[in-house]
Structure formats: C-alpha cells, structure tokens
Design a protein around this ligand. Structure first.
Ligand code: AHR
Length: 799
C-alpha cells in the first residue's frame, strides 16, 4: 500500500484570529472533586452536619465511630441546643461513663481512611467545650484501624464556652487507611465541633488549602482559565440562601470555615463549602488561570423553582457584589472583605456566567435583567449566556437568540457525545461569524477515557482552534473524579485518597494548553489522498417502539416508502407496552415491540401514541443494527420535558437535537418520523419538531492548525492523524529565511492501542514524548504515525 503523502504549508506572515483565552479547565464538585478531593481536608463530616437531605444514608455521625478503650464506656450523641453558631448547629456530645483507657470518637475519613505519610506534619484543630466537672486533657491520635499510633498530640480544654484548639502532629508511618481519634480519660461531658485535619503540605503551603498532588496536576496544564463552581450544582436548589438545600450562593462560601453553612450537593452528597469562592479565586491566581465564575440566574430548571421578577434584586446584587469582591479596590465594601481575607490585590475578573445550561423561558426572561445591570455598572465585563445541555435544537437556538438580543459576549454550549460525533462535527464552527457572541464550549467530552477518545478530541480541538474567530473559550468536563465516589464518567483526572493520574484526554488537553499560541497562522493542506469512506450510507435498520417509564398504547402504525409511496400497514394493530416500575417488577408486560426484522431505509413511519399512565412517554428506535448501534426519538424524555433525536454508536449516545415537549396522559399524539438518506424529520400532530442529519465522519487525511507564540516567537504546528496508517508530509513554512537553521521541539503522542488507558498502576502509560531536530531552509519532511497527535514548536526567534 503506497503511503499517503502531501504538503502542509504554513504562511507564517498571514496571521488570523487571536487565540486569547481559548483552552481552560472546568471545576465542579461532583465525584467528590472538592470534599474528599482537591480540598485537602482529611476529616469527613467535620462539623456533624451530614443529613438525609444530602443523601438518604447520611446522618450527623456519618464517618464517625465511638471509641471505648480498655474497659472505657461512653455515650455519643448529637445536639444542637448550644451551637457554636447558627450556621453550624450540630455538635457531638461525648458523655463519659467510665474512662477506662480512654473514650471518645474517631473519624474514618474518605475512601479507605485518612492517608498519612512518614515524617509529614498534620494540622489538627477543633472547637470544643467541657462540663465544669471535666478536667482531663484530650488525646488526639492518628492511628491504624488496629490501634497502632502513628502520631499524637494532647490538648487541654479550659472552657465551658466554645473555643478553637489546635495541635500539629508528626506521623511516623505511612498509612493510607488510618483514622483520627479524639479520646479522654476525664469524667463528665465533652462537646466537640468542626474537627479538622489538614496535611501541612498543601499546594503552595496555603492554609485551608488544596491537595498538593491534584492541584499540581491542574497547574501543570497551564490553563488559560478556570470555570467554577459548576455545572448543575450552580442552579439545582431552593431560592432561599439560608436553606440547606439552597442554590449555590457564593456569599455563603467565604469567611471563616466554621461560619460557612453546609450544603446539599445535587450529586447526592454534602458540600462543606470549605473550598469556596475566595479559595477558587486564589487558586486561579496561583496557577495563572483567569477565573470564570458561573452564577445561578434565579431559576432552577430541575425543579422549576423561579424567583419572581420583582424579587430578583438580591440575585443581581450577588453578581454585582461578586465583581466588586473580585476586582474592587479595598476601599469598596466587597473589595475590603477580599482584602481582609488576605488578598488586597484584585483578582482580575474579566468574565462572568449567568446560568448553567438552563432551558425554559423563565431563565431567558431573567437573564436580561442580570445582563443589563452588569453591563451598566461594569461595561467591560464579558457576560456568558447559556444554550442548554444539547448541541442543537429548540432550546439551543433559544439560548443563541437570547445572546444575540442581549448582546451577550459568549454563549455556554455543553455536549457529551460519541467519538464518532466529534469526528463528524469537526467543522461545526466553520460557519459561525466573528461579529456574533462567541462560543464558550463550557462542557464537552467524548464518552470514554481511552486513547481513541483522546485523539478524536484532539482532532476536534484542532477545529476549535481553527475557528478561534468564533470560539472564545473551551474546557473539557468533568475534570476530577474520586474513584470511590463516581457520579459521572468519563473524567479528565482520577484520584483516590493518595494517588492521582491524568487520562489520555488530560495529556491532549495539556498539549493544546501548553502550545496554544497567541494568533492563528494560515495553514493549507494539499496533495493528500482523501481516506476511503464507504458510500454515503442511508440510515437503515430495524424499527422498535417502546414505552419509557410509562404504560403506552401505539396504534394505526404504517410505514410509507418515500421513493415508491408503497405502504406497509399494520392494520388493526395496536400494542400496549409498559415500562413502569410495577410492570418491571411483575415482569409481565412488554416494554418494546419490533416492527418486523426489516432493513428499513428512506421511509416515513406514522403512528398514533397514547400514554395510559406513567411519568414519561415513548421512544421510537430506528436505524437499528443492534442495541449498541441505533438511532432513537424520545418523546417526553428526561423529566418528561424533552423531545430528542439521538444516535448511538458502539453504545455511546449523541443527542443530535432537542426541543421542549411534555407528554400528557390519555392524549393521542399523531407521530411521524421521516428518514431520508441520513436526514431525519419528526412531526408531532403534523408540526415539524425536529429536522436534523445524522452525519457520518468524513475523516481528514490530517487535522492541522498553526499559531504564533508572541512571547517566544515560536511557530506552533499541531497535527492529528486519526487513521490507522501513517501519513507523510512536507511541512513548509512560507516566509522563513531559507538559509537559516531552525530548531524544532516536537511533542508526540503515538504508538498506543486505541483502547489503552492510564491507571493508578500505569499513570503515565499514555503521555507525550518530547524530542528535537533541526532543519535548514524553510521546510522539512515528517511522517505522522497512525493514531497520533504531534506538536511542533519551531524556534524561529533565534534568527
Ligand atoms: O459535567 C457534568 C454535568 O453535566 C454538569 O453538572 C452539568 O452542567 C452537565 O449536565
């Protein structure tokens, strides 16, 4: 087989769009990304505030155990009648019945326990008070589950009022499954709250700081920005900031940690808010990333909680005050608070997001008020609007319409799709205009953490970069995942309580962040032969009708061949299908029915559908090869609020388009699904609700982009080869002086199997290798290996 050979020409003097802040990171406290993750606190449930609101299994003593040593006897319970403050009402009471060798409590931390390392120091603190009769010192130990002491300290409680006590403990053994105990041989009652243990070694040694290994991995990415604090956790909650269940309100997250309320995290756990807005800003400053906070827009789309317009004032003030908190002079109210917390310099906030993937009119109505107020007071602030959680469709368009009408600077797009979708949509932003709001691709990932996922994302990122005129910001999501508390996968970085590793996707992000450059350079590909693609295949395959969390009835089904008008009637045919919890338990009723085994293509499917009872609606599968490869139309999907068309490739879904639609019980819907080639149109009661194309990937011989780095003068070239054969190219840099010798740094990811992944055992199995070479004149030849990502840094500054 002859090699594919062509030419990449870089016009080093033809500068294009600015790349600005293009590649950054996304932070959300899901998967225990903050508590039990980046936030270095080692005590779980430190202030006894865990509650069934957070998770049905949680209670005030989650992660705590009673300790009774050497015949000691004690009782342990929770009270709230004499709290240390109103926001942290619960505290533990240890009533000593018989001291024995010591009684008290132990905390078992996150994951397998509290991780400690030989020779390292740990900073313990807690709030305590005692009964007047209580007169013995308190012993704090870090010890193994078998009671082997790794380090200890003694604290004397000298008041019956709440006071903070602290001690430093140096540990003489490495143990990733230890526990912290607080015991005494005193008599009477001891009251304990806000128990904390931090490694002294946090990232940059900060107090209330971050886990050094995870923070370093993030810093090593050199992201241009960090988006925080989420994700859905921003808007999933109640409207009252003092509720346990409140939306994420930033003012609750600053100041002394014992004054910060505990919060229900919508990912079904408790959020201490110890990692709060001040810490986020500080971390951004520490790693040189611009902060991008996302604020709730007064609307919870999950539970349809809506702030009345005339009560929006405090929510808008939250946004204005946040800008002052970040940027204001210490003479301003919120600037003074920042200075008091330890940062008199401003944090340089340039962007602010209102809303996170909200769908529905209440959000867009409220967004305008935020936008107006912010732009009036801070005209230079770049405001980010939202276009929902789908790549296309009614709500996506609604978000863009709102952004255009309001003059938003950016629109937050989110999508999680198959690797094939990313390849097929490499050109997604080619038609976007420079004079419109820019895209903030605020959440995206292909489903998986294999090498294949990473290289398809790399190809897509080439597309993002080439369209920097319209794509302003992009960040992979989610970023962090604790292996023992998985809410969502894939994720960029995985960790347990003492180890961390970056996925292949991480190393792709790192390559693009390290070698982003400041301005695009014009790059042309010529002479390559186009990889063979199969014939432009029509969607074909079986059709299956199903119920979704409901009992449904399908009738009057017929299929018309679009080319011949031939009809296949399912005369007198009705199907009662059920997918309710009850029917599943009984295992009696049918959930799905297949319309024959026919290989349908180019047809229109008509049917009448009715929900008999249940909470959602219907799903029509089509183009079905097998369960792992098919398309489907969901009517009444998610919380019975969407109609969506999705494709599934190798069991990985991509939503192609979505619109709002809710199914009602005992209403007949006339549904029609028209499939022509790869185009899909769907109608409900005669109205077109979806018109989309299930694009097949058209593989490029090479995916390439080039940019100039102002600080170094380097010319950067990125090339991705997703094919299973090497591709050779002459790389020509127009306008370089011919005679000079140029040195090239080359960073390459190649040589892995598509299914390869990194792991705790092999954390850097997949990572780029660096080497160098030089060339004379203005061109060199290079072979781009099969399945590879290559970055050249051409040191043109030395001339
Ligand atoms: O990134 C995980 C979740 O996906 C985010 O919380 C949400 O915004 C999106 O639906």
């Amino acid at each position: 087989m002859s090699k594919n050979q062509g030419k990449l020409t870089i016009h080093t003097k033809q500068r294009g769009a600015e790349l600005s802040d293009l590649f950054g990171i996304f932070f959300e406290d899901l998967n225990h990304a903050a508590d039990g993750g980046l936030y270095a606190e080692l005590i779980r449930n430190r202030s006894f505030e865990f509650d069934p609101i957070d998770h049905p299994d949680f209670h005030s003593l989650t992660a705590w155990e009673k300790v009774e040593r050497g015949g000691g006897l004690a009782e342990l319970w929770i009270e709230d009648s004499y709290p240390m403050n109103e926001r942290n009402r619960h505290y533990a009471v240890i009533a000593i019945n018989k001291p024995g060798d010591g009684v008290g409590i132990a905390n078992v931390g996150f994951n397998s326990g509290i991780p400690v390392r030989t020779g390292e120091e740990y900073l313990f603190s807690f709030y305590a008070r005692r009964d007047e009769s209580f007169n013995e010192p308190i012993r704090i130990t870090i010890e193994s589950n078998e009671g082997i002491i790794h380090g200890d300290a003694t604290v004397v409680i000298d008041s019956s009022e709440w006071r903070r006590y602290e001690a430093a403990i140096t540990v003489n053994e490495t143990n990733y499954s230890s526990r912290l105990t607080i015991t005494t041989v005193g008599s009477g009652k001891l009251y304990v709250d806000m128990v904390s243990l931090f490694p002294k070694k946090t990232y940059l040694g900060r107090m209330n700081g971050l886990r050094e290994d995870i923070a370093s991995l993030l810093a090593e990415l050199k992201p241009k920005f960090m988006r925080f604090p989420g994700g859905c956790l921003v808007h999933d909650g109640s409207l009252n900031p003092d509720d346990r269940n409140s939306m994420y309100r930033w003012k609750n997250t600053i100041g002394p940690i014992e004054q910060r309320p505990s919060r229900r995290n919508n990912w079904r756990y408790n959020q201490t808010l110890g990692l709060g807005y001040y810490e986020y800003f500080l971390f951004c400053a520490d790693i040189g990333a611009k902060p991008i906070p996302i604020l709730p827009g007064g609307y919870d789309p999950h539970h349809k909680r809506i702030v009345p317009i005339d009560e929006l004032g405090p929510w808008i003030d939250d946004a204005l005050d946040l800008i002052e908190f970040a940027n204001g002079d210490p003479s301003t109210e919120w600037g003074a608070i920042r200075a008091e917390l330890g940062h008199s310099e401003p944090f340089g906030l340039e962007y602010i997001g209102i809303g996170n993937e909200e769908v529905g009119e209440p959000f867009f109505e409220r967004y305008s008020y935020f936008h107006q107020a912010i732009k009036t007071k801070y005209p230079a602030m770049k405001i980010i609007n939202s276009s929902g959680p789908f790549a296309a469709g009614g709500e996506y368009e609604r978000g863009w319409q709102s952004a255009r009408e309001n003059g938003s600077d950016l629109v937050d797009e989110h999508y999680y799709q198959s690797p094939e979708w990313f390849l097929a949509n490499f050109d997604r932003y080619d038609g976007f205009k420079a004079d419109e709001p820019k895209v903030f691709l605020g959440e995206y990932a292909s489903w998986g953490n294999t090498y294949y996922n990473a290289i398809t994302e790399a190809a897509y990122m080439i597309g993002l970069e080439r369209n920097a005129h319209s794509v302003g910001l992009a960040c992979y999501a989610p970023m962090l995942c604790n292996v023992d508390y998985v809410n969502w996968k894939p994720d960029l970085i995985w960790f347990n309580n003492h180890e961390v590793f970056g996925t292949p996707n991480y190393y792709v992000q790192k390559l693009f962040m390290h070698h982003q450059g400041d301005r695009l350079l014009h790059i042309e590909a010529s002479g390559f032969s186009q990889p063979k693609v199969g014939e432009a295949k029509s969607i074909n395959g079986a059709i299956e009708l199903t119920a979704n969390a409901s009992s449904v009835n399908f009738s009057d089904v017929r299929i018309v061949n679009n080319d011949t008008s031939e009809e296949r009637l399912f005369t007198g045919w009705t199907a009662e299908l059920s997918d309710t919890e009850e029917s599943r338990l009984e295992g009696k009723t049918k959930r799905a029915v297949r319309l024959g085994d026919t290989d349908w293509s180019n047809y229109t499917l008509y049917m009448t559908a009715r929900r008999i009872d249940g909470s959602k609606g219907f799903v029509v599968y089509f183009g079905q090869s097998d369960e792992r490869n098919q398309l489907f139309w969901e009517i009444g999907g998610w919380q019975n609020q969407d109609s969506m068309i999705s494709s599934r490739v190798d069991n990985r879904n991509s939503c192609l388009t979505q619109s709002l639609f809710a199914v009602e019980t005992n209403v007949k819907y006339e549904l029609a699904l028209e499939v022509s080639g790869r185009r899909i149109r769907a109608y409900i009661n005669g109205e077109l609700i979806h018109d989309t194309v299930d694009k097949l990937p058209i593989i490029q011989p090479l995916y390439s982009s080039s940019s100039a780095d102002d600080a170094t003068g380097d010319t950067i070239i990125k090339v991705v080869n997703v094919q299973d054969a090497a591709v050779s190219a002459d790389v020509a840099l127009e306008d370089l002086p011919k005679a000079n010798e140029h040195f090239v740094e080359i960073y390459e990811l190649s040589g892995y199997l598509l299914e390869d992944e990194n792991s705790f055992e092999q954390p850097q199995k997949i990572m780029p290798v660096q080497r160098g070479f030089s060339f004379e004149g203005n061109s060199f030849s290079h072979e781009f290996p099969a399945h590879s990502v290559t970055v050249f840094r051409i040191k043109t500054s030395a001339e």
